[in-house]
Ligand binder design. Structure first.
Ligand code: DC
Length: 215
């Protein structure tokens, strides 16, 4: 079983993916971490995330240890990721890893995985167009910025609400307007707006869709 979850930042994809992975016994891949790792490796090396050729070189040389860097959850990483992810050669370099994960998911803590769940921006449209089930999770940008602001504060990081909102709007625009694999729902995806939902409600809605799709 392969489940694809796409949507903009802080829409609730990660939380939903985790709940569904536990429920169905699926291995989970947060594909944003791959782009974050490329972006931050480039920045740490003194490079410019808008330098397409340097970004492609880093993506091709990405190693599993790069995914363990402790700065990948920062806003600087999100910004760098959004920039390098517009480079076609970067996307191409990361595509094979994502597809291999979906087709041969690694074992999970409770045993063999029953499949995989990938979350990102182009999973249902490009990475796994034949996924058994596709979800496109959205929420109002103001709601998403508030969630991200509270999450940053909870993690003890400095955050200014207006800045988080402006960054999110900029990132939404960059992810949606890029020429390759822009953020957009697959035609056969369930579109779920979580603006007024908590995690339990989003999980219940997703579960009922998945169950009806796989009857
Ligand atoms: O999901 P995230 O916030 O960790 O993603 C960071 C950036 O990486 C996002 O702004 C766009 C890019 N990304 C992408 O282009 N395609 C994906 N499948 C996942 C992330």
């Amino acid at each position: 079983m392969i489940i694809a979850i796409d949507g903009p930042a802080a829409a609730g994809k990660g939380t939903l993916a985790g709940r569904l992975a536990d429920h169905f016994g699926l291995a989970i891949l947060d594909t944003g971490i791959l782009y974050r790792a490329v972006g931050m490796k480039l920045v740490r090396e003194g490079g410019d995330p808008d330098d397409a050729s340097a970004a492609a070189d880093v993506a091709r040389a990405l190693a599993p240890a790069d995914l363990d860097a402790d700065d990948l959850r920062t806003d600087a990483a999100a910004d760098a990721a959004s920039r390098v992810s517009a480079v076609p050669a970067v996307r191409q370099a990361l595509l094979e890893f994502q597809r291999a994960f979906a087709e041969n998911p690694p074992d999970i803590a409770s045993g063999n995985a029953n499949g995989a769940i990938l979350d990102g921006r182009d999973i249902g449209t490009v990475v796994c167009p034949n996924a058994d089930c596709k979800l496109f999770i959205t929420a109002d940008v103001e709601v998403r910025a508030k969630r991200r602001f509270l999450e940053l504060r909870e993690r003890g990081l400095d955050a200014i609400h207006g800045r988080v909102l402006a960054d999110m709007k900029e990132r939404d625009a960059r992810d949606s307007d890029r020429a390759v694999s822009p953020l957009e729902p697959a035609k056969d995806a369930l579109q779920l707006d979580t603006s007024e939902m908590d995690a339990d409600q989003a999980f219940a809605a997703a579960l009922s869709f998945i169950t009806s799709e796989n009857k």
